[in-house]
Design a protein around this ligand. Structure first.
Ligand code: GDG
Length: 485
């Protein structure tokens, strides 16, 4: 037991993937994802402790420090925990519900039991490693009950919670059979952070409807005064709980670590361009292979533009990186086969030997390789049906600080609030994606000053609102939060 940590982050996953080999030894490699991208720099700065699951069932390594000084404290999950808590309740109930029912959520009581038990396990692990009066930052939808459990176990802790995915409208959330317990769990925190003002407002409206029904006395929240993208120094609103605690509620749009940004080498960029046949226009998509990300729709848009002759298959290529994700869940398997069928069909129709029009990778790339893709791309396509923020959009923008390139962005991505120089599209409408792809290509070719000014607007936003602004704003508000009303 190590109870000396004064800054503890707890997230479902550790920032590493562990694999167990047949001889019982294991190896550990970094694992990509939005949460890791956002939190790693913060923990490195605080030399903090990260509590989470290492990605294997029934076994976990002893706690260890990473090269950058972060103490990783693994939580052991069983195969049953993994199925009920992770694949079930987290990813087949909460994920679709919080992403506005893009697929239908499943409500299953056994999954809910597993979710409660595993949240208890995480809270116990945090309680063991946290020093008296420590600051604990709980991350994301898998751990919605942890703030409430921790508050009971360790009233001395300062507890913050940040939700990385959207918070749905109260009308949707109220479908959840266990809604009161979830809201009460969240209200165990001193400060609740969301990406967008809209998410925070949804939560505030809900506490009045649901937590009131559960016996909490919910005060009238102040007006939210934090606008998306603004430097947040004050919490916008408060909720007063039954036991008289004030819980801060605010919008803290996450961002990327621009300090760690390294430009791809020019030789690698031109090497890749040559490999691709030196096309005039490179379109790029980079996503976890998730049905919320709208990968199929953007491929269809590309196909229709080739079909109509608006794009020339000799002059345009589409690169799509789809990182494997949640592969045992049915909706993810369906989504993958639809994407791969479309890739095959488009190449069959418009490619020629040695010259596919769509280059598709279903694996995880190194950060350095990803930078090369961002640098090569003329038009980045980020077209989720719904996304809390979307860091890929911000990474592309950071790579084009010189004003080159263009970003086609879904109006339903949180990032759309800040990246006002993007070509906004409605991802449910293939015509809208097509229109914005064509507009972006047109501006790059015929109206470069306008394209450049749009990208400069985007990159200025990202460079002045990086991940440090996000973390410092949240942690400053957390330090002030939690006083009795
Ligand atoms: C959730 C929310 C929110 C992807 N493929 C590779 C790779 N990545 C990295 C990207 C980016 C991150 O993963 C993905 O972040 P996103 O924000 O785009 O999406 P989610 O994973 O869904 O993240 C999201 C985020 O949390 C943070 O709050 O923005 O809305 O859904 O950093 O670069 N990295 C490497 N190889 C890959 O193949 N190295």
């Amino acid at each position: 037991m190590d109870d000396s940590n004064s800054f503890v982050v707890v997230a479902n996953r550790l920032p590493v993937d562990m694999s167990v080999h047949p001889d019982g030894t294991y190896s550990i490699s970094p694992s990509p994802g939005g949460l890791v991208t956002g939190l790693s720099p913060v923990l490195e700065k605080h030399r903090g402790c990260w509590v989470g699951w290492p990605g294997t069932v029934d076994v976990a390594p002893e706690p260890f420090r990473t090269e950058t000084g972060v103490l990783l404290h693994p939580v052991v999950l069983t195969a049953n925990d993994f199925e009920g808590f992770y694949e079930g309740f987290s990813n087949a109930t909460l994920w679709p519900l919080f992403h506005d029912l893009i697929v239908t959520p499943t409500y299953n009581t056994e999954w809910w039991q597993a979710f409660r038990e595993v949240n208890l396990k995480f809270a116990q692990a945090v309680s063991e490693v946290s020093a008296h009066g420590a600051t604990v930052w709980v991350q994301d939808y898998q751990l919605l009950l942890v703030p409430g459990i921790l508050r009971q176990m360790r009233p001395d802790l300062k507890i913050g919670f940040f939700l990385h995915i959207p918070f749905p409208s109260p009308d949707l959330f109220r479908q959840l059979p266990w809604r009161e317990e979830i809201v009460r769990g969240m209200l165990g925190a001193d400060l609740l952070g969301f990406h967008l003002v809209q998410n925070a407002e949804n939560f505030l409206a809900l506490t009045q409807q649901v937590a009131g029904a559960a016996g909490s006395h919910v005060g009238q929240p102040n007006t939210l005064n934090v606008s998306g993208g603004a430097l947040v120094r004050e919490v916008g609103a408060h909720v007063t709980t039954a036991d008289g605690r004030r819980v801060g509620v605010g919008a803290f749009p996450i961002s990327i670590d621009v300090e760690a940004f390294e430009r791809a080498s020019t030789s690698k960029v031109s090497e890749l361009l040559t490999t691709l046949g030196s096309p005039d226009t490179v379109f790029l998509g980079v996503d976890r292979l998730d049905y919320t990300k709208g990968i199929l729709q953007r491929l269809l848009a590309f196909e229709e533009l080739l079909e109509s002759g608006a794009l020339d298959p000799e002059k345009a290529v589409f690169l799509q990186v789809a990182t494997p994700s949640r592969e045992r869940i049915e909706h993810y398997r369906v989504s993958r086969s639809q994407v791969e069928e479309a890739v095959g069909r488009i190449n069959g129709r418009f490619g020629r030997m040695g010259h596919p029009v769509v280059h598709y990778l279903h694996r995880s790339l190194s950060k350095a390789d990803l930078q090369v893709l961002y640098a090569v791309a003329d038009v980045m396509l980020v077209t989720p049906f719904k996304d809390g923020m979307n860091l890929v959009a911000k990474e592309f923008v950071a790579n084009h600080r010189d004003g080159s390139g263009a970003l086609v962005l879904s109006e339903f991505a949180g990032a759309a609030v800040e990246l006002t120089g993007a070509y906004l599209c409605n991802p449910f409408d293939v015509e809208s994606i097509k229109r914005q792809m064509v507009a972006a290509v047109h501006d790059l070719e015929h109206n470069p000053a306008s394209a450049r000014s749009r990208m400069i607007t985007n990159s200025e936003q990202v460079y002045t609102h990086d991940v440090n602004v996000w973390a410092n704003s949240f942690l400053t508000c957390l330090a002030d939060a939690g006083e009795d009303s």
